[in-house]
Design a protein around this ligand. Structure first.
Ligand SMILES: [Zn+2]
Length: 51
């Protein structure tokens, strides 16, 4: 669960989720989650490294 950076509303599930593989062999695979705040409509992405 994450909080909206604008107003602190708890958002439980990401609107969209996908993984990004590095273009080169270097670098970790990223798991990107797109969140949308139900209160203010702000959308933002959170990227986490996948080991
Ligand atoms: Zn918000």
């Amino acid at each position: 669960m994450v909080k909206c950076p604008k107003d602190g509303t708890d958002v439980q599930k990401p609107t969209k989720e996908w993984s990004v593989k590095p273009k080169s062999r270097k670098g970790p695979t990223l798991n990107v989650k797109l969140y949308a705040c139900p209160t203010c409509g702000h959308k933002w992405r959170v990227a986490t490294k996948v080991a």
